[in-house]
Design a protein around this ligand. Structure first.
Ligand code: AHM
Ligand code: MG
Length: 342
């Protein structure tokens, strides 16, 4: 067998990678975060399996519908939510859970209480589920404040206080992308081993890209800075215009942006006054990852990670991606007041 065909015997799995980070941090690290991340990675394997066989076992469709046997069907995002809640509670490492699927935060009972809070969107990109397009899970993790028993106040904090964040994209393979505040790493699920393997170490967003990713169907509602910026990249005075790519699944659009560069945007506009994306479990985790990969994440008016949330489901405008591309957009915000309807 030629030497390049010999399989590696030193594979770096997610657990090994996170544990080695924790060991490096020495006595301050208790391994709790590693166990929590292991619980999240397990839920994602379970969700990935269900996403893959959704058609076969009637998981697509609306929750509340009944199948031919008269049994109630569980919509894929409701099922994913249940999987996450059960696993995170059972991990014994969480105190507060916030899910896009649940109106109220869950405060974990004393028996299972740990010191981390997880905010998550169990299955983002729901409009793409039935078409088999990439969807994903997004999560952010806070540590409870000193002396707190775990209340909603532990998650109503700026994104800059998160200790870890990431997403799992369910596509032709499952990809887990994670930051614990020291760069961004990407792992791919090896279905045979049932393990996430480090395949994209130290992801860095190219400083400039050639792709823009906005839902331009909303153009008639956009404010002038966004209009003017989009015009500048579609009708450049020098060089070629940018390419448009918009999947409509934030996880997939952000994943491409991290790897290829460019800009992803979901602005506030005349119709959606504060944008569409949710601050806690969509904007914050993606902003944390973007900054850790060397990019910029902004609302147009300021850094996303600096926002102090007042409610768990609030929304915010999002622009993120390559440093130079987002800086170009921000120049248009400086020229025209943010919410000018001119
Ligand atoms: P969801 O949480 O209901 O799935 O909505 C969030 C999704 C994001 O994944 C995506 O970026 C955005 O909504 C797409 O919205 P639109 O269809 O308005 O372009
Ligand atoms: Mg969502």
């Amino acid at each position: 067998m030629a030497s390049e065909e010999v399989p590696s015997t030193n594979i770096i799995t997610l657990t090994r990678h996170v544990l080695s980070d924790q060991l490096r941090l020495g006595s301050a690290a208790t391994g709790d975060l590693s166990l929590l991340l292991t619980a999240i990675s397990f839920t994602s394997k379970f969700i990935a399996t269900n996403v893959r066989k959704a058609r076969l076992i009637n998981l697509v469709g609306l929750a509340g519908e009944t199948n031919v046997q008269g049994e109630e069907q569980k919509k894929l995002d409701v099922l994913s939510n249940d999987i996450m809640i059960n696993s995170l509670r059972a991990s014994g490492k969480t105190a507060v859970l916030v899910s896009e699927e649940l109106e109220e935060a869950i405060i974990i009972d004393d028996l299972h209480k740990g010191k981390y809070c997880v905010v998550f969107d169990p299955l983002d990109g729901s409009s793409n589920i039935d078409a088999g397009v990439n969807i994903g899970t997004i999560f952010g993790i806070y540590k409870i404040r000193d002396g707190s028993a775990g209340t909603i106040k532990d998650v109503l904090r700026p994104g800059s206080e998160m200790v870890a964040a990431g997403y799992i994209m369910y596509g032709s393979s499952a990809n887990l992308v994670l930051t614990t505040g020291e760069g961004v790493n990407g792992y791919t699920l090896d279905a045979a081993l049932g393990e996430y393997i480090l395949t994209h170490p130290n992801i860095q967003i190219p400083p400039r890209g050639k792709i823009y990713s906005f839902n331009e169907g909303n153009s008639m509602y956009f404010h002038p800075p966004v209009h003017n910026y989009l015009k500048s990249i579609k009708y450049p005075t020098r060089g070629a215009p940018y390419s448009a790519r918009y999947i409509g699944s934030m996880v997939a659009d952000v994943h491409r942006t991290l790897l290829y560069g460019g800009i992803f945007g979901y602005p506030d506009d005349k119709k959606s006054k504060t944008g569409k994306l949710r601050l806690l479990y969509e904007a914050f985790p993606m902003a944390f990852l973007t900054e850790q990969a060397g990019g910029i994440a902004t609302t147009g008016a300021g850094r996303i990670l600096d926002i102090l949330p007042t409610t768990i489901h609030e929304r915010c405008p999002v622009f993120l991606g390559s440093r130079d591309d987002v800086s170009d957009l921000l120049k248009f915000y400086k020229e025209v007041p943010t919410n000018s309807t001119a």
